[in-house]
Design a protein around this ligand. Structure first.
Ligand code: ADP
Length: 331
């Protein structure tokens, strides 16, 4: 082989490597934007976050949580401080003290960096009502930094399909049903492949079918990134979350696995059925966890560490029992 031939061959090999690398970069970018590929195992660490509003309400009282990738339920009654925490993590408001880190990003100090990793679905989100889903999503993708028109089009198309909105892509957003709106909310939060997805009370107002579809979508997303699901609906957490926290009056009452929480109540929940008129008497004598109307009578769940006799039967505890027992500080 002459010197010129060998040089030509080296150049050819170099060109081929360059081409393969460029193609790999392009494919990986598209996969990233489609949310089909990305770094995993990031953790969100919240330490001693506190917030007191000007009216004196202490909405967060030294909240510390470690949130891994996956579906994380933040359960609390209305007024517990959930939205305050979500807005703080979404960089929309400042706490008085404390810290939060997403991987190696300082959430409170590096807001732009957090926003580039964040998808947020608040309780109420505004859109331009007459704009089509496709155009709105394209616009949001552009705002999130997807400037390449072709990649943006691909990402929007893929997201519309993923959220089951592709057939409705040309319809104005104000013609969407509640369920479609929520799925669009998820699509706008997910576009840009966020590593942290925050959804605040997402199932309020959805019918059971829409809620199921929404659950499935969230569960699929939750396999890849950190998803914080803030809710007062215990069922949402039972059905979806592998880890959870209970928050009440700005304080964390429990954090861990739902199953471990339920196991704490083994042998401590008792049930009985009473006439409606007997409820006050039972509430005076027992720690009544819940009193549901079933067939015109009250079915009570009662908390007791020691066995209850006669008209009571042992009941298999569930997360709702644990939630109410915790809120009342009985265990
Ligand atoms: P949740 O989302 O769990 O319902 P919030 O974080 O919205 O709870 O509210 C926690 C507490 O802080 C409540 O008592 C609420 O009334 C109060 N609160 C929320 N936002 C404000 C505000 N901007 N100014 C004053 N108080 C507020």
């Amino acid at each position: 082989m002459t010197l010129t031939q060998s040089r030509r061959q080296t150049i050819l090999i170099r060109q081929r490597i360059c081409k393969t690398y460029t193609r790999f970069k392009a494919v990986s970018r598209v996969l990233l934007w489609k949310g089909e590929w990305g770094p995993r195992g990031m953790e969100l660490r919240i330490e001693n976050l506190s917030k007191t509003y000007a009216n004196g309400v202490k909405a967060l009282d030294s909240v510390s949580l470690a949130i891994p990738a996956g579906m994380y339920g933040l359960l609390g009654p209305n007024g517990a401080g959930k939205s305050t925490l979500m807005r703080t993590l979404a960089t929309l408001q400042e706490p008085d003290s404390g810290s939060a880190r997403l991987g190696d990003i300082d959430v409170l100090g590096q807001k732009d960096k957090v926003r580039s990793q964040l998808g947020y679905l608040p309780q109420e989100f505004g859109v331009y009502p007459r704009t089509s889903a496709q155009d709105m999503l394209g616009y949001i993708a552009l705002l999130k930094g997807l400037t390449n028109a072709r990649e943006r089009k691909d990402a929007v198309e893929s997201m519309l399909k993923r959220c089951n909105l592709y057939d409705h892509r040309k319809k104005a957003l104000n013609s969407f049903s509640g369920g479609m709106r929520q799925r669009f909310g998820i699509a706008q939060a997910l576009i840009g492949n966020p590593q942290l997805l925050i959804v605040d009370e997402p199932t309020a107002g959805l019918d059971p079918g829409e809620r199921n579809r929404f659950y499935n979508l969230l569960a699929e997303v939750g396999e890849q990134v950190i998803v914080i699901l803030s809710t007062h609906i215990v069922e949402d957490v039972t059905d979806l979350c592998t880890k959870m926290a209970i928050i009440h009056k700005g304080q964390v009452l429990y954090q861990g696995h739902p199953q471990d929480a339920i196991a704490q109540l083994n042998g401590r929940i008792w049930q009985c059925s009473i006439a409606k008129s007997e409820l006050a008497e039972y509430e005076r004598c027992y720690q009544v966890v819940s009193a549901k109307l079933v067939g015109g009578r009250r079915r009570l769940h009662i908390y007791s560490a020691s066995p209850l006799l006669e008209s009571f039967a042992p009941s298999v505890p569930d997360l709702e029992d644990f939630f109410f027992v915790k809120l009342r500080s009985w265990n």
